[in-house]
Write a protein of this length. Structure first.
Lengths: 397, 118
């Protein structure tokens, strides 16, 4: 038994030594002797395993590329989701710039910060304060119309009450000066729903009270501030008439108004200084704000249409040059065919154009390039003169 | 060793070799497991030292056929590891999982040291 185990141990050692020698020989073999042996191993034993490895790596690269595609798709989806918001913000800012251009002085632009989480508040925080020139009871306006009035002023911010605030009042008048009254928030006492008052959408509507019986307002009529009372100057849009409502005041009419400004879209506003509010010329501002915006859009559209026209002209010039060279080629081919009387030439063997033709084609392309340069310069000059500039001029007492 | 254990060992070895050429490139980790060494060590503790040395030689030559510059080095290292671990199985071989894991760890380290010296 011990002899058998010793024998097997010696056999194991001998096999081990033989394997070591073989591996050492494999290491020191020259390349030309090593390569056939290695090639045989690769083609027989290793090839199926390499095929498996190739499939695994293809799976991995497919998985990674699908991850990248998904990431890119998610990024694009996120960017596309932001586009409507950016469009809306651009539109608002463009309108605000139009308003600033019309006002020209005496206004302070500010951001309106909402959503402090307090119910029945109807106030907004403005990002401008006394350092920027804001004063108490300054009027807050937007391109659409009245927003509210400043109540509290700090050095770097201020608080303003919205038109839906219970303390908000403005003396108003119709566009044709036939009807006048006092506009205040519409607080409905009767409601069939259980939700709190500040959550109901009609809470943001306005009422125009005290309108004489002789004066009637049709739905859709715009109501402006009348200028009486000393705070709100004349001519700022307050709201649009929705219809008449019955109230306890039996001696006058009361109309329900939709506010001119949508409180959910309030992001940037203008604060009028008291001097500007008292200055003349304010009634014409809101009449022209829409015109400014449309004028800006039409100038931008004109610039775009000029670019389109120049691109069309360039394409036409290029086409004309190609047509003229094709005509010259056809002419020369025909001349050659007539001269030789050969049907193969009529089938269309290629004949190079002469130098005069090449020179004409070159002149045409140089002229087209000059036209393109001139049109590009004119478009740049038109855009530089357009009304799209920063028109906020700051505060001028 | 009975036939059942033999077949189990062969199957395990084949699966580990397949995993080396499929799972390893699929994961492509910075520190990928070397399934060939694991297969060699698992076979070494179940067979005689001579057979473990032969198995190491063949597995080493097969893996070296793809790296011609060091043809034979892997075979040398795997022959040493196979024979050595088969001889040491009386010392290291145990039913404890952690000890077996340490055994595999030492084997891989020894392989890397030998390859580095070569």
């Amino acid at each position: 038994m011990a002899r058998a185990s010793r024998f097997t141990a010696r056999v194991d050692v001998a096999i081990f030594v033989a394997c070591i020698l073989l591996s050492l020989i494999a290491m020191v073999l020259p390349v030309n002797l090593r390569e056939p042996f290695a090639g045989t191993l690769r083609r027989t034993l290793v090839a199926p395993l390499i095929r498996l490895q190739r499939s695994a790596e293809r799976w991995r690269s497919a998985y990674l590329s699908s991850e990248r595609v998904e990431l890119r798709r998610d990024t694009l989806a996120l960017a596309a989701a932001r586009v409507p918001t950016l469009d809306m913000e651009n539109d608002r800012l463009r309108k605000l710039i139009g308003l600033g251009a019309k006002l020209q002085w005496g206004f302070i632009p500010a951001e309106a910060l909402q959503g402090r989480g307090r119910a029945e508040d109807f106030t907004i925080t403005l990002s401008a304060g006394s350092n920027a020139g804001v004063r108490e009871r300054s009027l807050v306006v937007a391109p659409e119309g009245v927003v509210g009035v400043v109540q509290t002023v700090d050095p770097t911010m201020s608080l303003a009450i919205l038109f839906a605030h219970p303390d908000f009042r403005v003396s108003a008048i119709s566009a044709n000066d036939s009807a006048f009254g006092i506009v205040q928030p519409h607080v409905s006492t009767s409601s069939t729903t259980q939700e709190p008052a500040y959550l109901r959408s009609e809470r943001y509507l306005l009422e125009m009270r005290g309108v004489p019986f002789r004066a009637t307002l049709k739905p859709g009529a715009v109501v402006y501030s009348s200028g009486l009372g000393g705070i709100y100057p004349k001519g700022i849009p307050v709201g649009v008439v929705l219809g008449e409502i019955r109230t306890s005041e039996a001696w006058a009419r009361t109309y329900l108004l939709r506010p001119a400004v949508n409180p959910t879209e309030l992001t940037a506003v203008m604060i009028l200084t008291p001097q500007r509010a008292a200055a003349a010329g304010l009634p014409t501002v809101w009449a022209g704000v829409g015109a400014i915006d449309s004028a800006t859009k039409s100038i931008v559209a004109a610039g775009d249409s000029m670019a389109r026209q120049s691109a069309t002209a360039e394409a036409a010039a290029r086409r004309a040059a190609i047509d003229s060279s094709a005509r010259v080629l056809a002419d020369s081919m025909q001349r050659k065919a007539v001269a030789r009387g050969d049907t193969v030439a009529r089938a269309g063997s290629a004949v190079p154009p002469d130098s005069a033709t090449l020179a004409r084609v070159g002149r045409d392309s140089v002229a087209a390039a000059r036209i393109r340069r001139q049109r590009r310069d004119s478009i740049a000059a038109a855009r530089a003169d357009s009304i799209r500039r920063d028109t906020s001029r700051g505060v001028r007492p | 060793m009975n036939w059942g254990a033999t077949i189990r060992t062969i199957l395990l070895c084949a699966i580990l070799i397949l995993l080396h050429y499929t799972l390893r490139p699929l994961l492509a980790w910075r520190a990928s497991p070397d399934f060939l060494i694991i297969a060699l060590l698992l076979v070494s503790v179940r067979v005689r030292p001579g057979f473990a040395a032969v198995f190491g030689l063949f597995v080493g030559l097969a893996s070296d056929s793809l790296a011609l510059a060091s043809f034979g080095a892997g075979a040398f290292a795997m022959t040493l590891i196979g024979f050595g671990w088969s001889r040491l199985k009386a010392v290291f071989f145990a039913d404890h999982v952690l000890l077996n894991g340490f055994f595999l760890f030492l084997g891989k380290w020894a392989y890397e040291v030998i390859m580095h010296l070569m």
